[in-house]
Design a protein around this ligand. Structure first.
Ligand code: AMP
Length: 280
């Protein structure tokens, strides 16, 4: 497994292989778990060469203590990637990715204004900054993203279409712990008790399917918020049932784009996000 730290070396490596090999790319912020490895495996199944990047992108954090606390386990990550047969790891440092401040502002067509965007101002602009830089360094044929970050996926698809970046975006299913909690690097920051009980988030998201059509959208959202908040370990930041394409509030009359229930929940200071597709 080759480990590369600079943009120029990374780019040269891709250009060397691109004429002969189908290349897949998996961007991550490290502290890897089975969710990340499932993206690597999806790429390996469809490509002859897979690049995984590990970079904790400061511009997508709107809270400096969240950035500081973000788990970093580089040695363990490299071991997992080696065992999983990854071909190339791209691990740049901050100066390599941001030699100067990145002042670009992206028009993300309102996809960045709702849900995560509303509660984490500037987050998706930071995501757009790093993803465009990474796609330039790693001009792979396909890039693999998890549905765990449902809104991020919508933003990245929009970005690629808008900027006509020639890369196929592949959406991969959410990998969960036994109790239903979506795997996340942030789960490492939970207490034993919080982690054990956090399955309530997935259970509540899933139950929306049973009530679908029997209550109004607002009633469903209110019920879900009350259900999760009834457990004193958790505090819902938002719970929204949205059109899967536009991310606007769902409407019973407009279901062609699919419907997704999305939530962000605090367990003390740890922020967990999850979503479940209600209609496809
Ligand atoms: P992160 O390191 O959190 O930025 O995530 C890197 C990629 O892994 C993103 O595309 C995430 O959506 C994806 N990912 C994170 N957790 C999971 C999971 N539990 N299941 C599937 N994909 C995931």
């Amino acid at each position: 497994m080759k480990i590369i730290h600079t943009l120029s070396e990374m780019n040269a490596e891709i250009l060397k292989h691109k004429p002969h090999k189908q290349i897949g790319f998996v961007p991550t912020m490290g502290a890897l778990h089975r969710g990340h490895i499932s993206l690597l495996e999806a790429s390996q199944a469809q490509n002859q060469l897979t690049v995984v990047s590990i970079f904790v992108n400061p511009t997508q954090f709107n809270n400096s203590s969240d950035l500081q606390k973000y788990p970093r386990t580089p040695e363990k990550d490299l071991e997992m990637l080696r065992k999983s047969g990854c071909d190339i790891v791209f691990m740049p440092n901050e100066n390599e990715m941001y030699p100067q401040p990145d002042n670009r502002i992206f028009d993300l067509q309102n996809l960045d204004k709702v849900m995560e965007g509303k509660h984490r101002p500037g987050h998706f602009n930071g995501v757009a900054q790093i993803v465009t830089k990474l796609f330039e360094a790693v001009p792979a044929h396909s890039a693999y993203f998890g549905l765990k970050d449902f809104q991020q996926l919508a933003v990245i698809k929009q970005l690629v279409e808008m900027l006509k970046i020639p890369i196929q975006i592949v959406a991969c299913p959410i990998i969960r712990e036994n109790n239903g909690l979506a795997m996340s690097s942030r789960n490492e920051l939970l207490t034993f008790e919080q982690r054990a009980q956090a399955g309530i988030i997935f259970q509540t998201l899933t139950q929306i399917k049973q009530f679908w059509g029997k209550k109004t959208i607002s009633q469903l959202e209110d019920w879900a918020i009350q259900t999760i908040n009834a457990n004193k370990l958790f505090n819902v930041e938002y719970f929204e049932i949205v059109n899967s394409r536009t991310l606007e509030k769902a409407d019973f009359e407009q279901i062609d784009d699919g419907i997704t229930a999305c939530t962000a929940v605090f367990a003390s200071q740890v922020r967990l996000i999850d979503n479940v597709q209600i209609l496809n």
